[in-house]
Design a protein. Structure first.
Length: 113
């Protein structure tokens, strides 16, 4: 064995990683908040650039900012739908008894004559 692969310090005494690990959900919240802020801002800046080039006042700024807001709303909606579907995968309320278990619905009994 090489000298670098063996350590004289037992595993239980070795230093833990000093790089902090993010808390669960923190990265999702940061990503979502940045999406809310940067989406319309970037679209608005592109609109302001186009307004400066064409001299159209604030038409493109407002138009592109609204497009940015619609894009953010759409992104957040589909991100939520995907996270919700992943969370519900395999849960009992997701399955339909007639499709997965082979149980057939009970037919109505004929009325006595």
């Amino acid at each position: 064995m090489s000298a670098s692969s063996r350590s004289l310090i037992p595993k239980r005494l070795r230093a833990k990683s000093i790089v902090p690990q993010p808390k669960p959900g923190y990265t999702d919240a940061l990503s979502t908040s940045l999406t809310f802020v940067l989406g319309p801002l970037m679209f608005g800046l592109v609109g302001a650039l186009l307004d400066g080039i064409f001299g159209t006042g604030r038409v493109f700024t407002v138009l592109f900012a609204v497009i940015g807001l619609i894009a953010v709303a759409t992104t957040i909606y589909y991100r939520y739908q995907a996270a919700s579907a992943a969370e519900d995968a395999g849960k009992p309320w997701e399955k339909r008894p007639n499709e997965t278990s082979g149980i057939q619905p009970v037919e109505k009994a004929s009325e006595p004559r």
